[in-house]
Ligand binder design. Structure first.
Ligand SMILES: Nc1ncnc2c1ncn2[C@@H]1O[C@H](COP(=O)(O)OP(=O)(O)OP(=O)(O)O)[C@@H](O)[C@H]1O
Ligand SMILES: [Mg+2]
Length: 305
């Protein structure tokens, strides 16, 4: 079984004020499994950008620059209004870096958590119409990427950024972090980030395809609507074990039991996306997207309810 990457802390403050490739690092935005993201000021174009750093001080990091470069080139070729644009990438003796579009707003993980804290129980979930307004463009972006032959492999709420001004969602972190991490020092494959969203086959199979992204996107959709995922277990090991050996028993409630906003039509769509058996899942993200957009039209434009 592949190893799980723990989120590693590193000292973000020491990077503030440094200059990389004509960009001054300003305040840190956040950090993930292997890197940290900063607001940067690009002097030449007098604009703010986002800079993701993968410090080499992290074990194994020195080995991944070739994969990283290849993947960054592929992702830079993606051109979609809901995919974070890559401006540049490079490396120094201390770190690898990616310069990308800065999305000013919050990510879906924070948005879900913010709602959960609302003192009024009915407001503890994001409005269904709003969730669909976020997830449909994300699924369209993911369908486009798949059609271009690019698989994301780390779809999760933290990688969906929502621009505050426009409400527009952006999918971030295509493949790059995965390529940087797909082997640990002993050559074993490594699972990225949190195991909550990965498809069962991602735990034990070497090569996965677009259907793994569909599973993760379905899980994110479920969580964003319901405000939570009703897993039967609480430890990471038990969760991975269930996903691998008894995935049908992963959840303690069906989506509709978990949230009154989920009617039988929507439940069918969610269950098809998160089917543990990849052969029974949506086979393309486009068909998932089309089903969900038809559902939205029917439900909110005078159809089902
Ligand atoms: N282009 C961007 N513009 C604005 N904020 C961003 C951008 N990219 C990432 N972020 C923010 O920075 C935070 C850290 O991102 P990062 O990708 O390092 O971690 P993660 O997504 O939580 O985990 P992982 O390392 O597994 O991808 C994210 O939560 C996100 O909100
Ligand atoms: Mg990320």
């Amino acid at each position: 079984m592949a190893a799980i990457v723990e989120h590693r802390q590193f000292d973000l403050k020491r990077y503030v004020g440094k200059e990389i490739n004509n960009i001054i690092l300003m305040e840190p935005i956040g950090q993930g499994a292997m890197g940290a993201v900063f607001v940067g000021y690009q002097k030449s174009l007098k604009r703010k950008v986002a800079v993701k750093l993968f410090p080499r001080q992290i074990e194994g990091a020195a080995d991944y620059s070739v994969n990283f470069r290849d993947e960054a080139e592929i992702v830079a070729g993606l051109n979609h209004p809901n995919i974070v644009q890559i401006f540049d990438m490079g490396e120094t003796s201390e770190y690898l870096y990616i310069i990308m579009q800065l999305v000013v707003g919050e990510d879906l993980r924070i948005m879900i958590q913010r709602h959960q804290l609302n003192p009024i129980p009915v407001r503890r979930r994001i409005d269904l119409n709003k969730v669909l307004g976020i997830m449909l463009p994300v699924l369209d972006a993911l369908s486009y990427a798949h059609e271009e032959g690019v698989i994301h492999q780390d779809i999760k709420p933290a990688n969906i950024l929502i621009e505050e001004k426009s409400g527009r969602p952006f999918l971030a972190d295509f493949g790059i972090a995965r390529s940087a991490l797909n082997e640990d020092r002993d050559g074993a494959s490594v699972i990225m980030g949190t195991p909550l969203y990965i498809a069962p086959e991602q735990i034990c199979e070497e090569k996965t395809d677009q259907r793994a992204d569909i599973y993760s996107a379905g899980t994110v959709l479920f969580e964003a609507i319901a405000g939570k995922l009703p897993f039967k277990t609480t430890t990471v090991e038990a969760l991975l074990n269930l996903k691998m050996n008894n995935p049908e028993a992963l959840y303690s409630m069906t989506p509709s039991q978990c949230c009154p906003d989920i009617d039988s039509e929507l439940e069918k769509i969610i269950l098809k996306a998160i089917d543990p058996n990849k052969e029974r899942r949506y086979q393309t993200c486009r068909s998932f997207y089309l089903n969900l957009s038809l559902y939205m039209k029917n439900r909110f434009n005078g159809g089902i309810s």
